[in-house]
Design a protein around this ligand. Sequence first.
Ligand SMILES: Nc1nc2c(c(=O)[nH]1)N[C@H]1C(S)=C(S)[C@@H](COP(=O)(O)O)O[C@H]1N2
Ligand SMILES: [Mo]
Length: 528
Amino acid sequence: MPGVSSFRDTIVRTARGALAGLLAGFAALAVAELVAGLSRPAAGPVTVVGGAVIDRTPAAVKDFAIRTFGEDDKTVLQLGILLVLALFAVVLGVVALRYRRTGAAGVLVFGIVGAAAALSRPDSEGAGDVLPSLAGTLAGAAVLFVLAGKATPAGSPSGDDGTRGGWSRRGFLTAATVTAVAATGAGGLGRALSGRRGRGALASRDRLVLPAPASPAPPVPSGAQPKVAGISAFTTSNRDFYRVDTALVVPRVDAGTWRLRVHGKGVPRPRSYTLDQLLARPLIERDITLTCVSNEVGGPYVGNARWLGVPLAGLLSECGVEPPSKGGRADQLVARSVDGMTLGSPVEDVMDGRDAMLAVGMNGEPLPFDHGFPVRMIVPGLYGYVSACKWITGIELTTFDAYDPYWVKRAWARRAPVKTQSRIDTPKPFARPAVGTVVIAGVAWAQHRGITRVEVRVDDGPWQDADLAVQDTVDTWRHWSHRWQATPGGHTLAVRATDGTGAVQTEQRARTIPDGASGWHSVFVTVT
Ligand SMILES: Nc1nc2c(c(=O)[nH]1)N[C@H]1C(S)=C(S)[C@@H](COP(=O)(O)O)O[C@H]1N2
Ligand SMILES: [Mo]
């Protein structure tokens, strides 16, 4: 029955083609991983393509991703890239059955995409960065060429002699198995090598002993944290602190070789600092609340930590920098991180006496790698994207007219002071508290202006003053609580804050783009 057998042949052939394509893709990634491990982990194809995708994603989509996937956004992106790769690999594999050379050549197209992405990365170290993508695709093309050959009948299209007319089933399976095993080995070795490269950085962090601050922060007042179940901890632990950045691979910077260069317009004495030089300076310790501009009303991207660092204004003065109000030529400070990220802050704000710092410590330990080890910037009162550069390695003085940093090129505002905001931590949305006393509580922040009042409203009732917890500093958030005599039924609870300038938090709803969300946070509950 030639009809049935040729139909089955087609299925088997197609399956083999698909498998050959997948294995070729797998081998390509594994070899690329190996070469990246040997040369530069940050130049691996998934990392560079992912980075390129992040940089080209419209602000609204990125905001959506942060909102929807939170801190898993990068995992989702990487899985997406792998899925797209797998689909193309299957198609190429099937194509290669008939057009072996075309299929193999198709793999090379991926090499070009990977290489181009590698070269376009802001932290690209030059031509060497194309090596992982190039080596990977050559390996992938070779694997596809060989496997497609083995999956194709050598002689007549069909036969009943058990070899299915030259379908060398054993040959194909052997080649496929060898490929899978070799690729797994290469990929594993590459991963191990990449891990090793981070070890110097790990050791440098383990060795780092933070000096005592010359200007310590007083203990957090005991009244800063109301004893209410479900309210945010006053100090956010490093583990719980939100993380927002574009880094697919967290930079592991070796503190021993790290340098910070201060240079640019109106810098008569440009200088480079080692970490030891920074640590030898008088350090300040301050509680400062950091907020992300992508934080929606009621959102989680706000955290408060005790930072230890070098006052930035003094360091800038040492290099001869003057703020614009004193005739300085530069009004924008552009911080650059090791991964090429740039963030711009107003020089005036950084030098106006607030505790802008180059932080080395977070809650009593060296900065975690996720949060910028060895050094990051912190400026009270400014959203993270215009101030809080992690893995900082350069400070360039320039003007707002002359240069737009990363996020500003992507539709975010040039200047972005933190907006006065408040959030209900408890009860949670759609909670079902029992009739009687229900404690409504949460946090409010207006960094560097402070919070002077928080009011709560139930349904269309009057605004009622909440109990304010003791203020730590004007640079931290302030906790609040309100005892509510809850009556049965559905209720909408709303909150609004007043800052130290007397400004009441606006009801006006604004999206996060371009300079931060506004509006009142409200929560619907059903009292039973
Ligand atoms: N190098 C680098 N620094 C960065 C970013 C980044 O993407 N890369 N993101 C900024 C943003 S948008 C915020 S809100 C803060 C977040 O700091 P965290 O992750 O320590 O909470 O880091 C800022 N510093
Ligand atoms: Mo942010």
